[in-house]
Ligand binder design. Structure first.
Ligand code: ADP
Ligand code: ADP
Ligand code: ZN
Length: 233
């Protein structure tokens, strides 16, 4: 199954993609995460991308298309994947169609998560993530179960994103409207667009996504070796 998660910054794409991976074994492919990791490792491309990201602008189509093209060849994508934050422009959507056709696969659904702008700003301003595994939390809406310990990996270090500042957030919302919203009619005309009311608690959003995708019973593929805790290695 191949799914796109579409929605403005703060809509809950990353949160739902992480959950879909955990609960259903669909691999999360986040271009934002991949670009941040390239920036952190200090590659040329990564450092140039970081400058653009910190301003709240989009990284060039060529770069993100190349990143995704590489990701799609990975073994971990064989059970299906979720494109989180890609495509973000009409040109990227065209490039994705070409890539999928070349691989003999196609999109199953595009999930649009709809959230009012004032709520987006509140979500982004309280967002933080585990520095080790990237799990996303919120100061008010989603704290780790144990104080300062990541639910997923036990990590104790957390980070906030450089582009979650108010001025960059305003710019990202503007860019979403101008460059990404035009994708909605593109997918609606193909009959694969699903709209989800994202202005609800996370578990309700999750249940609605699963119901509309018809994957309530889709379980992740079993590991060969029982249920050894996945956090050890
Ligand atoms: P958010 O979670 O707020 O939607 P992301 O983590 O997906 O943000 O993306 C952060 C930044 O990374 C974007 O503002 C943009 O600069 C860059 N980026 C991520 N995905 C893309 C893409 N598909 N095309 C261009 N730039 C991208
Ligand atoms: P995106 O990837 O679309 O930018 P995130 O998944 O990172 O959005 O969510 C933005 C922030 O809002 C995070 O801090 C997250 O914990 C929180 N959040 C996500 N979904 C919800 C929800 N349904 N209700 C309240 N807070 C949410
Ligand atoms: Zn973690």
């Amino acid at each position: 199954m191949i799914i796109i998660l579409l929605g403005p910054p703060g809509a809950g794409k990353g949160t739902q993609a992480q959950r879909l991976e955990r609960e259903h074994g669909l691999k999360q492919l986040s271009t934002g995460d991949m670009l941040r990791s390239a920036a952190k490792s200090g590659t040329d491309v990564g450092l140039r991308a970081k400058e653009v990201m910190d301003r709240g602008e989009l990284v060039s189509d060529d770069i993100v298309v190349q990143i995704i093209a590489e990701a799609l060849t990975r073994d971990e994508c064989v059970n299906g994947y979720i494109l989180d934050g890609f495509p973000r422009t009409v040109a990227q959507a065209g490039a994705l169609d070409a890539m999928l056709e070349q691989r003999g696969t196609k999109l199953n659904a595009v999930v649009e998560i709809v959230v009012p702008e004032d709520v987006l700003v509140e979500r982004i301003s309280g967002r933080f993530a585990c520095a080790k595994c990237g799990a996303t939390y919120h100061d008010k809406f989603h704290l780790p179960k144990k104080d300062c310990v990541c639910d997923e990996c036990g990590g104790t270090e957390f980070v906030r994103r450089d582009d979650d500042r108010p001025d960059a957030v305003r710019q990202r919302l503007k860019v979403y409207k101008a460059q990404t919203e035009p994708l909605l009619p593109y997918y609606r005309e193909r009959g694969i667009l699903i709209r989800i009311d994202g202005n609800r608690p996370m578990d309700e959003v999750a249940a609605e996504i699963d119901r509309q995708l018809g994957i309530e019973n889709l379980k992740p593929p079993k590991c060969d070796d029982g249920d050894a805790a996945g956090t050890a290695g």
